[in-house]
Design a protein around this ligand. Sequence first.
Ligand code: PGA
Length: 237
Amino acid sequence: MKSTVMKIIIANWKSHKSAAEADSWFADFEKQAVQLQNSSFEVVIAPAFIHIHPLSWRLKNTSSLKNTVLAVQDLSSFPAGSYTGAISTQNLASLGISYALVGHSERRRYFHETHQDVANKVDQALQAGIKPVVCIDEQYLAAQAAALSKEQLSECIVAYEPLEAIGSGNNATAADVTTVSDRIHEVFGAVPVIYGGSVTAANVAEYLTITDGVLVGTASLEAKAFVELLTAAHSKV
Ligand code: PGA
């Protein structure tokens, strides 16, 4: 079951790019992606926090990129306050953040985030009007859902990201994505489900026929490759 919301394509830059590289990516993207605007998907750029403010400014002043918005890759599980080093939703206010990735497997693995931490981040995002994109793998889907209230579950987008598919070139089969999407709908309800893990221009179209969007890491790092991926997606939606 796919929901009827607009499909989303998220570029997750992870901790790549200097300020100059982010700037030049955006300049290239702006030139190349204009013809892909007004299509039926939303493009979401998820850069490191340091790039959020300049990209926010550029998007606000680039009238040709109408369907491109920003996401953060993470946010604090606490409200604004004495939490040194954290980025709260108050820090992000007025920067035009539409989505927040939460619980990416790299956050869980290297920063030891728990299901409860992820639930607290979902709560912070929802209170600030930011749509949480909860990243899960099949084996802890139920445990993650159990840490969220029924209302919170219904407000999430869920990204199915099998660990072995991330950054490996070993993308999941369509059959696997369909099976896990059904399971996600059983647990979360009729929420949008997206897929992430070695998505490229060559395979994106297939995922878009069975999901509500994709989360793209490696293939989003060069503007040219990302525009190729969007072009392939455009032919499908
Ligand atoms: P990948 O990363 O596209 O490089 O596999 C996806 C992700 O980690 O979100």
